[in-house]
Design a binder for this molecule. Structure first.
Ligand SMILES: C[S@@+](CC[C@H](N)C(=O)[O-])C[C@H]1O[C@@H](n2cnc3c(N)ncnc32)[C@H](O)[C@@H]1O
Length: 232
C-alpha cells in the first residue's frame, strides 16, 4: 500500500465536508497518511486526531517513503486504464507534494495529534469522536478480485466488517468513507457496500452520496455516509 496523501481541500471534496459545520467538533482521520487534511481541519477550529500505522516512523523516513510513493503512483496512474485520457496528472501530483510539506510541518508542530495505530483495532474510547473519516483505505485496498487495488486478501470482506465496526464504535455522530466504489472501468458501487450496510448495528443509517472529487475515474464514485439516528 502506498503512503500517499491528499490535500485538505481534496479531502473536503471527497467527504462532502464543510468544515464550518463542524467547528469545535472532535474529529478522527484514519488513515491520515501524509495528507494535509488534519492541518486544514485544525486551522478551521476542529479538534483533530490523525492515525496511521506508519506514523511510528521518523519524519525523514516518512518523507522519503512518501516522495517515492508519489513517484510510483504517478507512473502507475499514467498507464492506468482507470484514469481518463483528459485527466490532468500534473496538478494532481503537485497537490500531493504540497500536502506532504504541510503534513510534515504540522506533525512537527502538533506531534500529539498524529498517532500510530491501525484498523481494525484502535486504542480509543467508545463514542469519543463526533466525526470519523476514512479515505482511500476501505474498499480501495480490497483484493484485486473484489474490485480493489491489493494483490493479497488482507483487506477482504471479513476485515472490512471489523474495520467498519471499529470506526462506528469510536464515533458518536457520523462516519464518512471514500471511496465507496471499485477501482474498475467503469467504477461501480463497491461489492462490499451492500453486505456492510445490511449488517449495520441498530441506531445507524447509511447513504451513498456523489461528490465533486475527480481522480480521473469513469463511472460511479460515491462516498459512504453513516449517521447515528439514535443516541449511543
Ligand atoms: C493511500 S493512503 C490514504 C491516505 C489519506 N487518507 C488519503 O485519502 O489520501 C492509505 C494509508 O493507509 C494506511 N494504512 C495501511 N494499513 C492500515 C490499517 N490497517 N489501518 C489504518 N491505516 C492503514 C497506510 O499507511 C497509508 O498511509
Amino acid at each position: 500500500m502506498v503512503f500517499f496523501g491528499r490535500s485538505g481541500a481534496e479531502a473536503c471534496r471527497f467527504f462532502n465536508l464543510n468544515l464550518v459545520d463542524w467547528q469545535g467538533a472532535r474529529l478522527l482521520d484514519c488513515p491520515g497518511g501524509p495528507g494535509s487534511f488534519a492541518a486544514l481541519a485544525r486551522r478551521a477550529g476542529l479538534d483533530v486526531l490523525a492515525i496511521d500505522p506508519l506514523y511510528e516512523l521518523p519524519p525523514e523516513e516518512l518523507e522519503r517513503r512518501c516522495r517515492e510513493d508519489i513517484h510510483f503512483t504517478m507512473e502507475r496512474l499514467r498507464q492506468s486504464p482507470t484514469v481518463r485520457a483528459d485527466f490532468e496528472l500534473g496538478p494532481y501530483q503537485q497537490a500531493k507534494l504540497d500536502a506532504l510539506e504541510l503534513f510534515l510541518s504540522d506533525r512537527q508542530a502538533h506531534p500529539e495529534t498524529y498517532q500510530a495505530g491501525a484498523l481494525p483495532e484502535l486504542a480509543l474510547e467508545d463514542n469519543s469522536f463526533d466525526l470519523v473519516l476514512s479515505g482511500h483505505l476501505l474498499f480501495a485496498y480490497a483484493p484485486l478480485a473484489d474490485g480493489g487495488l491489493h494483490e493479497f486478501d488482507c483487506f477482504d470482506l471479513a476485515w472490512h466488517r471489523r474495520a467498519l465496526a471499529e470506526l462506528l464504535r469510536v464515533c458518536r455522530r457520523e462516519v464518512r468513507i471514500y471511496p465507496a466504489h471499485s477501482i474498475t472501468v467503469p467504477a461501480r458501487v463497491h461489492p462490499y457496500v451492500d453486505p456492510l450496510i445490511a449488517a449495520l448495528p441498530p441506531g445507524w443509517e447509511a447513504s451513498l452520496e456523489s461528490t465533486t472529487y475527480d481522480q480521473g475515474a469513469v463511472g460511479e464514485t460515491p462516498m459512504l455516509r453513516l449517521c447515528r439516528v439514535a443516541e449511543p
